[in-house]
Design a protein around this ligand. Structure first.
Ligand SMILES: Nc1ncnc2c1ncn2[C@@H]1O[C@H](COP(=O)(O)OP(=O)(O)O)[C@@H](O)[C@H]1O
Ligand SMILES: [Mg+2]
Length: 283
């Protein structure tokens, strides 16, 4: 079924034109620690160069973490990979059904019930109504929201909304799953419960790209990583290597520890061949 899920970008740039920039003061591009480079496009308009010269080839089974400072370009890259942004130069080709999980609350309607929001949010993430109807009871159980699911969403607390959103997000079957940071930002108690579901979600996704500031999370869900720096890929490699380069030895050691602890539970990189065997010999 999931034939040929892939993403390829070739020298892709994403630039945001800033028409009201005080252009004189921008003669010299200044690179602070945070934020993309500021330059000019062919029409001499000031632009934020959010992504520069991105070359990527992702295929079925890839689990890629994104690390980098605020403003480095992680969220922009996720939007490029989802097809929401077109490259301003170069190309991006996306094959597969994308589930963009950028904001847990997006696509939720405060005036309709929790049950109805489960369906709507699922549709937004590329599922069919039929698929969502078959999962609705299981999602409802997971959220532990009980009778509230029949009440309009506006009667929910923030935490209750997050439960609902996490229930839906972790129920889907995405070919390409793109997660932006927010997903880790729920209370620790609930996260414990959601963690297994999240790992199962990732396991049945074709491709995962996950931007996070939580190294623990990255180590649990990803096996490779990209360090995005001022809009460019500064380093790609194993998750430990990339975190070590970006954040230093202590963070690198922490990732190594998490990976070791997971080692017993999860197949190592090279053993992940089941899916690929199946692909080559579809039954
Ligand atoms: N809609 C936009 N308009 C102008 N600049 C933007 C826009 N979105 C992002 N940027 C800029 O692009 C750069 C990358 O931002 P972003 O991808 O959000 O970084 P990250 O997710 O790594 O924090 C930043 O310099 C940011 O200010
Ligand atoms: Mg971001």
């Amino acid at each position: 079924m999931t034939s040929q899920v892939s993403i390829e970008t070739h020298q892709a740039w994403v630039e945001f034109p800033i028409f009201d920039a005080k252009s004189r003061s921008l003669k010299k591009a200044f690179l602070g620690k945070a934020g993309g480079a500021i330059g000019r496009n062919q029409s001499d308009v000031v632009v934020v160069e959010a992504l520069r010269d991105i070359n990527l080839a992702l295929k079925e089974g890839d689990r890629v973490g994104l690390v980098g400072h605020n403003g480095a370009g992680k969220s922009t890259l996720l939007r490029l990979l989802s097809g929401i942004y077109e490259p301003s130069r170069g190309s991006a080709r996306i094959r597969g059904r994308v589930a963009p999980v950028f904001d847990l609350g997006v696509g939720m309607d405060p005036e309709i019930s929790g049950y109805e929001n489960i369906i709507i949010r699922g549709l937004f993430l590329g599922q069919t109504r039929k698929q969502m109807l078959s999962k609705i009871e299981e999602i409802a159980d997971f959220t532990e929201l009980g009778e509230y699911l029949s009440m309009p969403l506006r009667t929910y607390s923030t935490g209750m909304r997050v439960r609902l959103a996490m229930g839906v997000v972790t129920s889907i079957d995405p070919e390409i799953l793109l997660l932006d940071e927010g997903i880790g930002a729920v209370d620790a108690e609930f996260m414990k419960k959601a963690r297994l579901r999240l790992q199962e979600l990732v396991a049945r996704s074709g491709i995962l790209v996950f931007a996070s500031h939580s190294n623990e999370f990255l180590a649990q869900l990803c096996d490779s990583a990209l360090w995005i720096d001022h809009g460019q890929i500064r380093l790609r490699g194993g998750i430990e290597e990339v975190v070590r380069a970006y954040e230093g030895p202590e963070a690198g050691n922490h990732v190594a520890t998490v990976l070791r602890e997971l080692g017993a539970e999860r197949p190592a990189h090279g053993e992940k061949s089941d899916e690929r065997e199946l692909e080559r010999n579809p039954t």
